[in-house]
Design a protein around this ligand. Structure first.
Ligand SMILES: [Zn+2]
Ligand SMILES: [Zn+2]
Length: 302
């Protein structure tokens, strides 16, 4: 065990109501689909395990919903940033570690209010993963700064996701991923259903683990075996082999994933079709015929 290193875990849970609401029969595979409640129970046990690993370990949980991303724990993150600092060590009336009760209560209440609110709004089949990741990175930046003197913090983000990717988020997500790489934040992904090309890239770039779990019902086991160990200790373990990463980029014009495209030589924007003016930096390209200066020179008799 590495001494004096606190491990901070930020869990981003996909709570997309469209995906969670789908009937199991609509799934291509015969595997049983778990309910959001079952998933939450697994995530809570996993969160407890992380806190139990070391008394100074830190935890935060975010929900990536279809129309918003919110902190489930610590609650009121923006208004009361000091709350997460106080890991209570007292026992509750039922003999349960007080902090666990607090974590569970806040997660359940947070999910409940998310579900209540989304009844009135519009539903989308994708979740705001990029937004949640950005919030997580801001939170990590803040906590790491406030702990600078009391020891090193190793931070990581775990995304638990079932819904489809939305290539509209490509740019925002990639910006978040490169920020994470710069901050030495590892991004892990535990995929419940639809493979995610964007998260494959995120995990590969930051040195995290991307795993599409073979059996949804076994979520807790995968969480505890694969995602509980801190990245610093993973080299000692035999973990699932790396996946083939889908490194396609999304074009800046339609946000479609493309294999071959046009890249602006000035700003490196990617386009699926040729355009004489770059849509991002407005550079005009002259590609028809050789440059004029060369033509004139060749006409001159030597
Ligand atoms: Zn395009
Ligand atoms: Zn350009």
């Amino acid at each position: 065990m590495t001494e004096n290193v606190k491990s901070q875990l930020i869990i981003i849970l996909d709570t997309n109501p469209v995906w969670w609401g789908q009937k199991p029969s609509s799934h291509s595979k015969a595997q049983q689909k778990m309910t959001l409640t079952e998933c939450l129970n697994s995530v809570m046990v996993f969160a407890h395990s992380h806190i139990m690993m070391n008394h100074s370990n830190k935890l935060a949980i975010l929900a990536a919903h279809s129309d918003q991303s919110v902190f489930l724990y610590p609650k009121n993150e923006a208004s009361n940033p000091g709350m997460s600092e106080e890991n209570g060590t007292t026992e509750g009336n039922d003999g349960k570690y007080e902090l666990f009760t607090q974590v569970d209560k806040q997660i359940k209440e947070g999910i409940q209010s998310l579900i209540d609110n989304c009844m009135n709004g519009q539903l989308y089949p994708d979740s705001l993963i990029a937004g949640a990741m950005t919030m997580a990175l801001c939170y990590i930046n803040k906590t790491e700064k406030s702990h600078e003197e009391s020891g090193i913090i190793s931070s990581r983000i775990l995304v638990i996701k079932g819904s489809e990717d939305n290539t509209e988020q490509y740019m925002n997500l990639m910006n978040a991923v490169f920020t994470a790489q710069k901050q030495n934040v590892v991004i892990d992904a535990c995929i419940l259903d639809n493979d995610s090309g964007l998260l494959q890239q995120a995990c590969d770039i930051t040195g995290g683990i991307y795993l599409k779990i073979p059996q949804m019902k076994g979520l807790l086991q995968y969480l505890l075996w694969v995602f509980l160990p801190d990245p610093l200790e993973r080299s000692k373990l035999t973990l699932p082999p790396k996946v083939q990463v889908d490194y396609r980029a999304a074009c800046f014009c339609h946000r479609n994933l493309i294999d071959i495209g046009y890249v602006c030589s000035v700003c490196l924007s990617i386009f699926c079709a040729f355009s004489p003016i770059c849509g991002t930096c407005q550079t005009t390209f002259k590609i028809f015929g050789p440059p004029k200066g060369v033509k004139k020179k060749s006409k001159k008799p030597l």
